[in-house]
Design a protein around this ligand. Structure first.
Ligand code: NAD
Ligand code: ZN
Length: 279
């Protein structure tokens, strides 16, 4: 174990090397539409069919994608850290499917602050279900060492599910339209999730805060990152481009997450006195 306390915050950039487009830049556009306008309650009210088509395509892409070395490095850090929490803005399941030395991230150590794309929930009542993300054949044997996937290469495995039909799902309880279980622009975060983050921050300050692959466009991301850091601790930003968080960081790593995070995690574990034999 490594007697340090970590907070890791991730965004879409961490999944970019798995072939999942971020929202920024031209890759984020879908049928010439801006995701920042599609991922809104207004878009859903105006055209639920269009919004569902977009989410179905994204679900399908995520199903066929594989975690990349950035996801695996975070699992490794969690496995060795004394105290660890991952707050991700990603709605994909790549953090949960990633492995390091045969281990996966416990759900207790991750907060999906913007929800889960595989959840379908009623837009009026509490009814919800998860379509899950069936693992592509053979993914169970993909380990960190022998199965590292090259950056930018998503595996082309045929979709394993045909659950996504054309209809807009309706709530069996109240008849209202169902929607993806994600937080759209302009919507509130779930209180329980905020509490999990705040409780972790309240317990003790962090020796290392890592913020990777996010534009940090939301105030609470900057707020959590800055408040979590111990006065003697580090705030490390991993992003090829500057963000509003950059001025608050003590270390800037201007590299893709899949390159930077495995090296950074190994450095941190060594500097914290971690030895493989201690496990
Ligand atoms: P964003 O799309 O706004 O920004 C992506 C950030 O990642 C940028 O700052 C970019 O410079 C950086 N980046 C790009 N490639 C990178 C790489 N290889 N390594 C490291 N950084 C890289 O993403 P956001 O800040 O997470 O916010 C967008 C919103 O969209 C969030 O609410 C999120 O839930 C949602 N979203 C999620 C996914 C996903 O689940 N994979 C994908 C797209 C958008
Ligand atoms: Zn309902």
């Amino acid at each position: 174990m490594c007697a340090m306390r970590f907070l890791v915050i991730t965004g879409a950039g961490v999944s970019a090397e798995s072939g999942i487009p971020t929202f920024r830049g031209k890759d984020g556009y879908w049928r010439n539409l801006d995701p920042a306008k599609l991922a809104t309650p207004e878009a859903f009210v105006n055209n639920p069919k269009l919004v569902w088509e977009w989410y179905r395509e994204r679900r399908q892409r995520i199903r066929t994608a594989q975690p990349n070395p950035a996801h695996a490095a975070i699992v490794k850090l969690a496995a060795y850290a004394d105290a660890f929490l991952l707050v991700t803005q990603n709605v994909d399941d790549l953090h949960l499917r990633a492995e390091s030395e045969g281990q996966r991230l416990s759900r207790r150590k991750i907060v999906q602050i913007h929800g889960d794309i595989f959840e379908t929930r009623c837009s009026r009542c509490e009814f919800a279900f998860s379509t899950g993300s069936p693992e592509p054949p053979g993914s169970g044997v993909v380990g960190v060492d022998n199965g590292r996937l090259r950056a930018g290469v998503a595996r082309s495995i045929a979709p394993t599910s045909t659950e996504e039909d054309e209809a807009i799902p309706q709530c069996p309880e109240c008849g209202e339209l169902m929607r993806p279980g994600v937080v759209w622009f302009g919507e509130q975060l779930e209180l329980q999730k905020i509490e999990r983050v705040e409780n972790y921050l309240a317990q003790a300050s962090c020796d290392v805060v890592i913020v990777a692959g996010t534009t940090a466009a939301f105030g609470y991301i900057i707020d959590w990152a800055v408040r979590a850091r111990d006065p003697d601790g580090r705030l490390i930003e991993v992003n090829p481009d500057p963000t509003p968080l950059s001025p608050f960081a003590t270390h800037l790593i201007r590299e893709p997450a899949g390159v930077a995070l495995p090296r950074l995690v190994d450095e941190l574990l060594v500097s914290a006195g971690w030895r493989r034999t201690m496990r």
